[in-house]
Ligand binder design. Structure first.
Ligand code: PCA
Length: 216
């Protein structure tokens, strides 16, 4: 039995929902066969989100950690390849912090690549009928903070964990004027279940050798 921790974020920037938490709760409520799934909601706050993630990992003792966040405007589910050691906030977080060009971890490496098989994860999402792509930037806000943070926690405290970050599009209830792409959290959750099964079945250090690179 593979133990999974899946996290989503609290709503931010005045929103009333965050589809990352909606999707995370749906996956935990109906986990795929062979996986036990615990969900935790992280605060959208630079200062405390990595501590909350560490506490959730200590409580769940997972093999796999999948952190989710909302990326409004993206048309599909994107599997982040890398988290970078920079906080550069365009808007304040939920506690009013707005760091400009500060490191996530002072003295930490410039970036962490995820140790999840990003190509196999994208393939599994698509096979489940969910639009998906590899992403090479998680931005510079709290999601990148956690994309870097999970890499740092794995590197320094939880060496047996495989972890990464996935961005999900807005939910339809957030774009009622229909001017931006949206996906139902239940659809996202269906794809994430397939992603988790694929990640659990891919041996550490391996991935599909398929083209998913970006020219720009
Ligand atoms: N999305 C934001 C932070 C929390 C969330 O769900 C981001 O992409 O940084």
């Amino acid at each position: 039995m593979t133990r999974v921790l899946i996290t989503g974020f609290a709503p931010f920037d005045g929103a009333s929902v965050n589809p990352s938490w909606q999707a995370a709760s749906l996956v935990a409520a109906e986990p795929p066969e062979g996986l036990t799934v615990t969900a935790a909601e992280l605060p959208c706050v630079f200062d405390t989100s990595i501590d909350a993630l560490r506490d959730a990992i200590r409580a769940a003792v997972p093999d796999l950690v999948l952190c989710l966040g909302q990326a409004g405007g993206r048309p599909g589910v994107t599997v982040e390849r890398v988290g970078i050691n920079i906080d550069d906030a365009r808007i304040p977080d939920n506690a009013g912090n707005q760091p400009i060009d500060e490191p996530v971890v002072p003295g930490g490496p410039a970036a962490y690549f995820t140790n999840l098989p990003v190509k196999a994860c994208v393939a599994a999402l698509r096979e489940a009928g969910v639009p998906a792509a590899v992403s090479n930037t998680a931005g510079t806000f709290v999601c990148n903070h956690i994309a870097y943070g999970i890499g740092h926690l794995v590197a320094t405290e939880f060496p047996h964990v495989r972890g990464g970050f996935v961005h999900v599009p807005w939910a339809p209830e957030q774009v009622t004027d229909g001017t931006a792409p949206a996906l139902e959290p239940a659809t996202v959750a269906r794809g994430l279940r397939a992603l988790l099964v694929a990640a659990a079945h891919t041996p550490a250090g391996q991935d599909l050798k398929v083209t998913e690179g970006a020219v720009h």
